[in-house]
Design a protein. Structure first.
Ligand code: FES
Length: 570
């Protein structure tokens, strides 16, 4: 087949001369004739510690590409360190996707290996690849090894939340809390809980964009490098076969991703990411599909934050394929993977080696565990809750709202001893949606009031138009759409209004009539937040970001532009 890179390198004219001459780097003539040019889109960065080891992984990918006759070309792309970038990595996901998309299109490349790990990196890379639509395959960076503190395993993220709540509740000293810090991150790799990074790697594999059996391999495991080398070889094959994202990603692929998301008890963040990736491919996926397909799927994985184990245990127990084998009948048998074979083909021999980590379908850790989509007069466009991470006694609840207009307002008041709050109160945090923050930060799992923690309260109903960390837990209604800043009813309620939550009935309501709600204006803080002039990316983002129910992508980035570049550079 005609290589895309021939548009740059083939021929005897001045432009082809220029493109070749600056790329010779000592390579022979045949590097430009008939050999696929494979980019390695690398999110390695010292400021993304979860991905820093991807420079080593890239070397193995390069070896595989060369072995198969391709030319490897490392392409550093925008990287997002979840714990470092402010105000939230999600503000930059679409920028990372847009920049990667443009660089993949602008350069003389025929295919790409995508190296990601930390939360936003795999979603951004897949969004980019879907819009350029050149052959693309992911190598996930893998989770870190399990760290321990005083003989007890530490789940990164989850145990930070748990230990800091213990300090606030007076059951752990601050000195002991700080002592655990150097034990939290034991090795290279991303968070080792079933947080967003683990979830997105596993979901990307279920989607078909990773070689089956690779996702979840720990970052320091030699088998990751082996998989990287084999994936490098595969990338060359993909070009020869013309296997682009649009040729094998279908509604069925997303169906399988949603089944996997539910069975692993994955992060709610996967919802916005999958919606955004589907939007790039022109596949009609809605939040209701997550409830329809996933909510009756049993939870088969006992990993933090919903359970006890960590990703190293998950990989040892058989990984994603062992999980999917148990729900094989729920999968789309025709959905293909990047290898050209259906996902279900890989499930014949995929046992669970440890039933305490990956259970049989007949003895699940929880029945009906997928993400539930709620609607009501508080969330006409929908809201999510992850029942597996919630307290069963709060899944049907009625209580008075305690409203916070921003995360700063929340921090300023939540531990006030005079705060009028009980365990029945419903904590409401608004101004945290895609437009309002901006960037939809992970703040929905609000810490509980100190005085209630001291009384032994460990969960309350919380409602927010933002997201929550995949490593977090609690009865949290999140991604409320439309967000308060976009004029949603969440911006109209007041402290003391009664809120009712009914997860089984899929309802979230404020006990006000349409007339009462209609008579109210938005809170002053919502209006003030938008008085700020913005520039640069923030301005572009706020002007174009869509709501959470469609994946919080920018409106002009939906769909694909393909790989064609119509004009020369000289
Ligand atoms: Fe990178 Fe958790 S901070 S995956």
């Amino acid at each position: 087949m005609e290589l895309r890179s021939n548009q740059w390198y083939a021929g005897d004219d001045r432009n082809a001369y220029i493109h070749r001459a600056w790329m010779r780097r000592g390579v022979p003539d045949d590097a430009f004739t008939g050999r696929p040019q494979i980019a390695i889109a690398n999110t390695a960065s010292d400021l993304t510690p979860c991905n820093a080891h991807l420079t080593t992984v890239a070397q193995s990918v390069k070896n595989g590409i060369l072995e198969a006759g391709g030319i490897p070309l490392e392409l550093p792309v925008v990287s997002l360190g979840e714990t470092q970038v402010r105000p939230t990595a999600m503000l930059w996901r679409n920028m990372a996707a847009m920049a990667t998309e443009e660089m993949l299109r602008a350069n003389p490349i025929d295919g790409v290996v995508l190296l990601g790990g930390c939360d936003k990196t795999i979603p951004a890379l897949l969004m980019a690849a879907a819009s350029v639509d050149i052959p693309a395959v992911v190598v996930p960076g893998g989770p870190m090894l399990t760290g321990t503190f005083r003989g007890v395993a530490l789940g990164c993220g989850t145990d930070v939340w748990r230990l800091s709540e213990e300090v606030r509740g007076g059951t752990l000293s601050e000195a002991d809390f700080l002592r655990s810090e150097s034990s939290m991150i034991r090795s290279a790799g991303h968070c080792n809980t079933m947080g967003t990074a683990s979830t997105m790697a596993l979901v990307a594999e279920a989607l078909g964009t990773i070689v089956p059996g690779v996702a979840g391999t720990p970052a320091p495991d030699a088998r990751l490098l082996e998989a990287a080398q084999l994936t490098g070889r595969l990338a060359v094959e993909l070009v020869a076969q013309g296997r682009r994202p649009s040729t094998f990603l279908t509604e069925g692929s997303f169906h399988n991703a949603i089944v996997a998301l539910a069975a692993i008890g994955g992060s709610t963040n996967a919802v916005v990411h999958l919606l955004a990736i589907a939007g790039r491919l022109g596949i009609e996926l809605t939040i209701d599909d997550f409830d329809r397909i996933g909510s009756s799927v049993p939870l088969l994985v006992n990993l933090q934050p919903a359970g006890t184990h960590l990703m190293e245990d998950f990989h040892r127990a058989g990984g994603l394929l062992a999980v999917l084998r148990e729900v094989r009948d729920l999968l789309d048998p025709d959905a293909l993977t990047i290898t050209g074979r259906p996902l279900v083909d890989y499930l014949e021999v995929a046992p669970s080696w440890d039933a305490d980590v990956i259970s049989a379908r007949s003895t699940p850790f929880q029945r009906d565990a997928g993400i539930a989509v709620l609607r009501g007069n508080l969330a006409p466009g929908g809201a999510l809750i992850k029942p597996a991470a919630a307290s069963p006694h709060l899944l049907k609840h009625r209580g008075p709202a305690l409203v916070f207009d921003s995360i700063e307002d929340f921090h300023a008041r939540i531990d006030d001893p005079d705060l009028d709050v009980t365990a029945d109160s419903v904590l409401v945090l608004r101004g945290c949606g895609p437009m309002g923050y901006p960037g939809m930060p992970e703040v929905a799992n609000m810490p509980l009031p100190q005085k209630l923690l001291e009384q032994g309260v460990r969960d309350m109903v919380r409602i927010c138009d933002g997201r929550m960390s995949g490593t977090a837990y609690g009865t949290v209604v999140l991604h409320v759409t439309p967000e308060a800043a976009a004029g949603g009813p969440l911006g109209l309620i007041r402290t003391g209004d009664w809120i009712s939550l009914d997860v089984r009935g899929r309802r979230i309501d404020v006990e006000l009539t349409p007339e009462e709600l209609g008579a109210r204006g938005p809170a002053d803080a919502m209006v003030e937040a938008f008085a700020d002039p913005r520039r640069g990316w923030e301005r572009l983002y706020v002007d174009h970001v869509m709501q959470a129910d469609t994946g919080a992508d920018l409106d002009f980035l939906r769909g694909a532009s393909g790989s064609a570049v119509s004009r020369e550079s000289h």
